[in-house]
Design a protein around this ligand. Structure first.
Ligand code: PRT
Ligand code: ZN
Length: 293
């Protein structure tokens, strides 16, 4: 399946065609200025303003397509990348599609610790990671690979326990199961092939990453504006965890200024009261589309 020569100049990126990661990945690509149509109907689409073509695949296939150099980059869950043991480079963790691969057991059963699993049967769609986990624990288990509805296998008597993805835990609960151990924490990752790439593609990847970083940073930041008396400038400056020096503009009203700056979103609510106490008023917070530092 390996592409023999890296002749094409377009960056080829694999994304999930239809599933939990699709909308967020498409939104992220749109957010960094990579626009394309009809991705629901085609297997491959070309972006309009960036030299990129997208390959729309099942998420299970993405690690291998990137490993083999069919695609240069891919957006895929760490769970799939790790299960396929793919030889790829993880460029970024993307903070969506978060879940964990966990071992779960019937809630009233007697399986509690790793050693209780000796000789037990575990149903999973993640045989490689599950087997590896118990091997590391020195426990011998039988792993049965099941492609869907893994959570009902204990009730059917097919398995003693399961190893499956969990996010809220609702599915486990609904099936009378409890989570015992986490094998892997997962989020969507941007992965790159380890195959040799042309200089042109390396440059495109740099640009692509710069846009992703700007977009991610923007998501974590807010633009804030406030009015304050000139006498409060130094106190306000000391309160705001600004990335750069704030912009200070005189207002028509004598002795008053407008202060503009960018702050991490996590800090906003903490500093809000302090700013008010320092004399700031009309505090406005705005989202930022993208930012390059
Ligand atoms: O068709 P294709 O093969 O592309 O898609 P798929 O059906 O294999 O995968 P999909 O779209 O369901 O999930 C894609 C990716 O989303 C996964 O590989 C994970 O990286 C990520 N993800 C995040 C999840 C979950 N959260 C998740 N909760 N994938 C699956 N689940 C399932 C889990 O298997 C279980 O059945 O949701 C159920 C548990 O959810 P809670 O909230 O009840 O705990
Ligand atoms: Zn899948």
């Amino acid at each position: 399946m390996t592409r023999s020569k890296d002749s094409s100049t377009s960056l080829r990126i694999a994304i999930q065609k239809s599933g939990r990661l699709t909308d967020k990945t498409v939104n992220l690509l749109h957010g960094i200025g990579i626009d394309f149509d009809n991705y629901k109907r085609n297997l491959m689409v070309k972006a309009r303003d960036f030299d990129v073509e997208l390959l729309l695949l099942r998420d299970d296939d993405i690690p291998e397509y990137v490993q083999d150099g069919i695609c240069d980059l891919g957006f895929v869950g760490a769970n799939e990348r790790a299960e396929k043991d793919a030889d790829v480079t993880v460029l970024r963790g993307l903070n969506y599609g978060k879940c964990r691969l966990s071992i779960a057991v019937p809630k009233d059963g007697n399986l509690n610790e790793a050693k209780d699993f000796d000789g037990k049967t575990i149903a999973t769609s993640y045989p490689f990671l599950t087997q590896k986990y118990f091997k590391e624990q020195g426990v011998d288990v039988k792993v049965v690979e099941i492609s869907g509805a893994v959570e009902i296998t204990p009730q059917l008597g097919v398995a003693d326990a399961i190893s499956d993805l969990v996010s809220t835990g609702g599915t486990l609960k609904a099936n009378g199961l409890k989570e015992l151990f986490t094998i892997l924490e997962s989020e969507t990752e941007l992965v790159q092939t380890n195959m040799e790439l042309s200089e042109g593609k390396k440059e495109l990847i740099e640009k692509f990453l710069m846009r992703i970083d700007g977009y991610q940073q923007a998501g974590k930041s807010r633009y804030i504006m406030m009015n304050a008396p000139e006498s409060a400038i130094e106190t306000v400056k000391a309160i705001i965890p600004s990335m750069k020096s704030p912009t200070i503009v005189p207002l028509a009203e004598t002795g008053m200024v407008a202060i503009h700056t960018v702050i991490p979103i996590t800090k906003f609510w903490n500093v809000m009261e302090e700013l008010k106490e320092a004399g700031a008023s009309d505090i406005v917070m705005l989202p930022i589309e993208s930012m390059i530092l």
